[in-house]
Write a protein that binds this ligand. Structure first.
Ligand SMILES: Nc1ncnc2c1ncn2[C@@H]1O[C@H](COP(=O)(O)OP(=O)(O)OP(=O)(O)O)[C@@H](O)[C@H]1O
Length: 614
């Protein structure tokens, strides 16, 4: 059996998080897969029995052929012929039964193990810290979950069993050959490597090209995916022709690579045929001469050719499967890497059901000398020495120019990242000491671009509290000023919101998100007000809904509207990650030139609309 994927593969310990080098050995791959196969070892054992059984039957068919030729054909006995044919038919029947069991069990094993593996990988992915997804493209993670696992399914469900079966056939055929005719067996033993060496070596080259071909097809796919995703931008800038041409070039490149591959493959097939039939002819010639000279029977010769072909095809199968096993090593390694990434933020069970407040915890939020930079930009502090207190039940508006760090504060408070210096406390407890599920249970976020799932309104509003009753959902929707527009949707609350909620307007999406937050009834509310102006009516409803939601709750709101700012108990002005001023609107206009400028520029428009919102 092939041993390692690469000649220099040293046994590495797969510790997290390893990089993409193909350092996993074949043995390590087996050990990893074994962890997933072990629960089904009984099935594997049964599959093994079926495999040995069918291999044995296949080999004995050679003996049937010998009987058929010697006793039936050569002796011209129709009685012996029929019994030999009956034996062959009987063997075929047994083989069919055995093959049914083997195929079913082995394929079942492949599908089952990969289903478990997919679940394990997904279960792990959803608990990973968000910064992991900033440094790893989601497309790549998706491809591990689909392509890599599919490859493993093929390996476990097909290739392993083929390799095992071929090895058994090889050994069995060899033994039977040796019994039949020693001279010819030696010829075969020398001939098989001679015939197969060029095929195997050349096959490797073809496989490399096949991989390149697959990669280029993947490029074509991701190119098309991006264009479809941004179809409106493409059309509005009338870039259809350019995109068609660019896509055409990608497809042509893929075709050129495929052309090289098929040319090589065609050549390979031709070489295989020539070598195989050349070798068989050689055997027939030597064996035929032996037969004429009376040194062996016609049946022996027939059985001999049968076994020689079987041996040759067994070796060819093993060499073919060998390439696949190498690719499986890469796929397994990538999956193990993913499974080994440890979340930097520990996530506890993620059980969202109990919606209880933490005993005596007061919903007071304190940022104490917080320093933070994003992992992808370690040299650029996003928050610097920030001190901020949000008293329980009070609201704080965050204002500041773009990139000041407002969203970052909300992310830190949800513990998607940990501060590099200082600490953040909720009710006097450091966030790092609160179970993340408990922490997040007390928070609700209404983002600028609410995330809606491809499901109905019920599901989307219930997302933060799946056990809420229909009445509670409707009450939350009413409080969020969403009930009326939801009722007017084609199927009311049963209406599907389409992919990412695209069938709703911006203001409507926000009100769904507000209803979701109201239903969750959190201790602390985090709001990111929409920058894009809503129409006056939408804004009125959203504003009212927010007021209802903020009532008596600790609220931190990234504010873009004067109405919101005037309502807030306190306003914090941020600039380049630092707190530059804090107070009420009137004070800040006096003491903070930055705030004055922001108020003049940014809050002007909404200021004018204020009467509508009030
Ligand atoms: N995921 C991220 N990775 C790296 N840097 C980031 C990330 N998110 C934000 N930043 C950087 O951190 C700084 C603060 O960004 P943040 O999003 O908190 O600003 P903001 O005040 O919310 O701005 P805006 O009002 O435009 O949303 C910016 O310099 C930004 O480029």
């Amino acid at each position: 059996m092939p041993n390692t994927a690469e000649p220099a593969a040293e046994p590495t310990v797969e510790k997290a998080p390893t990089k993409h080098s193909s350092s996993m050995s074949f043995r390590e791959m087996l050990a990893t897969l074994w962890q997933f196969i072990r629960p089904y070892r009984k099935i594997m054992f049964a599959a093994g029995v079926a495999l040995v059984f069918t291999a044995g039957i296949t080999l004995s068919i050679g003996q049937g052929v010998r009987l058929l030729v010697d006793r039936g054909l050569v002796a011209s006995s129709s009685e012996a012929l029929s019994s030999a044919v009956l034996i062959i038919v009987g063997l075929a029947l047994l083989m069919a039964l055995g093959t049914y069991a083997r195929f079913y069990l082995v394929s079942w094993l492949g599908e089952r193990v990969v289903a478990d593996l997919r679940k394990a990988v997904f279960d792990h992915i959803v608990t990973l810290h968000p910064s992991y997804f900033e440094t790893n493209r989601s497309g790549e993670i998706m491809s591990r979950l689909t392509t890599d696992t599919t490859l493993l399914q093929h390996i476990i469900g097909t290739s392993f069993s083929m390799a095992l079966r071929s090895s058994l056939m090889f050994v069995g055929a060899l033994i039977l050959l040796l019994f039949t005719n020693l001279k010819l067996s030696l010829m075969v033993l020398i001939g098989v490597p001679l015939v197969l060496a060029p095929i195997v070596l050349y096959g490797r080259r073809v496989r490399k090209l096949a991989r390149a071909s697959q990669d280029s097809i993947a490029d074509v796919g991701s190119y098309a995916g991006e264009i479809i995703q941004h179809i409106k931008t493409v059309q509005s800038y009338t870039r259809e022709r350019d995109e068609q041409q660019a896509f055409g070039r990608e497809v042509e490149t893929a075709f050129q690579i495929a052309k090289r591959r098929i040319r090589q493959r065609a050549l390979l097939i031709a070489v295989v045929i020539l070598l195989m039939f050349g070798a068989i002819s050689g055997l027939l010639w030597v064996g035929g001469n032996d037969m004429i000279a009376g040194r062996m029977s016609a049946g022996d010769l027939a059985a001999f050719v049968f076994y020689a072909v079987m041996m040759g095809s067994a070796v060819a199968t093993i060499s073919e499967v060998y390439g696949e096993l190498q690719r499986a090593t890469g796929a397994t390694e990538r999956l193990v890497d993913l499974l080994n990434v440890e979340s930097e933020i520990p996530v506890s069970g993620g059980d969202t059901r109990p919606n209880k407040p933490l005993g005596a915890t007061k919903a007071e939020v304190i940022f104490d000398a917080v320093d933070f930079s994003y992992p992808s930009r370690p040299d650029q502090p996003a928050i610097r020495g920030l001190n901020l207190v949000v008293e329980e039940g009070r609201s704080l508006a965050l204002v500041g120019p773009s990139g000041a760090g407002k969203s970052t504060l909300l992310e830190l408070l949800q513990r998607f990242y940990d501060p590099l210096g200082g600490c953040i406390t909720l009710g006097g407890v450091d966030l790092r000491e609160i179970d993340t599920a408990d922490l997040r249970r007390q928070l609700a976020v209404v983002p600028q671009q609410p995330a809606l799932f491809t499901a109905d309104v019920w599901y989307n509003i219930r997302y933060g509290r799946p056990d809420a009753s229909d009445e509670e959902v409707i009450a939350a929707a009413r409080a969020a000023h969403a009930h009326d527009f939801i009722r007017q949707l084609p199927d009311g609350y049963n209406s599907h919101l389409g992919e990412q909620g695209t069938r709703l307007s911006g203001g409507q999406k926000q009100r769904i998100a507000i209803a979701r937050a109201i239903l969750k009834d959190p201790e602390v509310l985090l709001l990111d007000e929409a920058t894009s102006a809503l129409d006056a009516e939408s804004e009125y409803h959203v504003q009212r809904a927010l007021e209802a939601l903020m009532e008596g709750r600790t609220t931190i709101i990234i504010a873009h509207r004067l109405a919101t700012i005037l309502h807030a108990d306190s306003i914090a002005v941020l600039d380049r990650g630092q707190l530059v001023a804090q107070g009420k609107h009137a004070e800040l206009i006096e003491i903070s030139p930055l705030y004055k400028r922001l108020a003049e520029l940014q809050f002007q428009d909404s200021g004018r609309r204020k009467p509508a919102a009030e």
